[in-house]
Each structure stands twice: as structure tokens, then as C-alpha cells.
Write a protein of this length. Structure first.
Length: 220
């Protein structure tokens, strides 16, 4: 009986994982890529190559299966958390974006703060409480809270404002039960714009607080 070559072995394993990568969205009826399976494929390929280099085709098979499962597990954990956040924030202006295995929440300042203020407004209380509830439920993640401003005004003032706004968000999350050991808080002032500061609309987009959620070792 012919033994599969290392590349053939990897291809067989990847195809096996890939059969679960396509799912049907029950709301739209369209076929979509399942992120968890997709991450599993990536993990299988990477670890399979390492296993092949060190232990031949058997190493490729065992490494690919193990790392594929790990990748899918992390992906599924973040998938579920992303879904919860999207449900909670569906009727708000807070953006939810998936970036690889991370989730980025964008809180515009017209939702969270009054002009030139770092005191959280009443409109921000419920959405942030909902975010905190999800973060408490999915405790195996690390969190970065980052404040950003536009370029209007003195740079030092904007830097301080961005730091205080980020800290205000962190403080509220903490009061709702999120362990501050998980949170890194920082301000970037106007140094990381996402739009042009030459327009009113662009400056409005640049004034924001971002909450970045990433899986920690316990989720992996």
C-alpha cells in the first residue's frame, strides 16, 4: 500500500477540516465561511509543516490535527464573543470589527463624551455595561482600551484628553466586574487618525475610544 507523501498528507488533513468551513447563514440563506474552521485550517497547515520537518509524515499528521483543533477552538471562542457583542450593540453606533482573532470595538466620541470632556455621557452607560457583561462572561481575553483625538488644538492637551477618556472607559468596565488585570489603558492623542483631519467628518471619526479584545493563553 502506498504511503502518502508529506504534502499529500497535509492536503488530505486540510480538506478534512475544510469540509466544516462552509456553513449556511439561517437568516440570509447564503453560504458563509466559518471563522473557527478557517483558523483551524491555518493552524493545521503551519503546524503540519513543522511536524513534517521534524518527524516526517506521521509528525505532519499529528501536528496538523492538534494545531487545527487549537486554532478552531480559539476561533470559536472569539466567534461566540463577537456574536454576543454584535447582539448587544446592534442598536448603537458602536462599531464591531473582527481583525483576525481579535475583536475591535470603536466608540465614537459623540456617543461617549461631550466635546472636550472626559466624563462619560449618559448615552454611553448602557452600551458599556453591555460590553462589560460580555467581557465578564468571556474572561479568557486580554483588553486594550485606547483613546484617540483629532488634531485640533495643542498636541499635549489632546494626548492628555485621549488618556483620560480611555481611563474613563476602563473605570466603568471595572465597576461592572471586568478585572482590571486584563486591561491595558493608553492614549494616542491625534497620532493614529483613521480619516482626514482636514474635514469635520474626518475629525469626528478620529475622536474615538477603541476597545481591542484578544484571546489570552487560557483561551488557547
Amino acid at each position: 500500500m502506498n504511503r502518502l507523501s508529506q504534502p499529500a498528507m497535509l492536503c488530505t488533513l486540510v480538506l478534512a477540516i475544510a469540509t466544516s468551513a462552509c456553513t449556511t447563514n439561517p437568516q440570509t440563506g447564503q453560504t458563509e465561511i466559518n471563522k473557527a474552521a478557517l483558523y483551524g485550517i491555518g493552524g493545521a497547515v503551519t503546524c503540519g509543516l513543522i511536524g513534517a520537518a521534524t518527524h516526517g509524515s506521521v509528525g505532519a499528521r499529528n501536528s496538523a490535527l492538534a494545531c487545527g483543533a487549537i486554532g478552531a477552538g480559539v476561533g470559536a471562542y472569539m466567534d461566540n464573543q463577537e456574536q454576543k457583542l454584535r447582539e448587544k450593540l446592534a442598536n448603537t453606533r458602536i462599531g464591531v470589527e473582527r481583525v483576525g482573532n481579535q475583536i475591535k470595538l470603536s466608540l465614537p466620541d459623540n456617543v461617549t463624551f461631550a466635546t472636550n470632556s472626559f466624563q462619560l455621557g449618559s448615552a454611553a452607560q448602557q452600551p458599556l455595561s453591555d460590553i462589560a457583561a460580555v467581557l465578564v462572561q468571556y474572561a479568557n481575553t486580554s483588553i486594550t482600551v485606547a483613546g484617540h483625538t483629532d488634531s485640533t488644538g495643542p498636541a499635549a492637551y489632546n494626548q492628555t484628553l485621549s488618556e483620560k477618556r480611555a481611563q474613563a472607559v476602563t473605570d466603568l468596565l471595572a465597576t461592572k466586574g471586568v478585572n482590571t488585570v486584563r486591561i491595558r489603558t493608553m492614549g494616542f492623542g491625534p497620532s493614529q487618525p483613521i480619516a482626514s483631519n482636514a474635514t469635520v467628518e474626518g475629525r469626528s471619526k478620529n475622536r474615538r475610544v477603541e476597545v481591542l479584545i484578544a484571546p489570552d493563553q487560557a483561551a488557547q
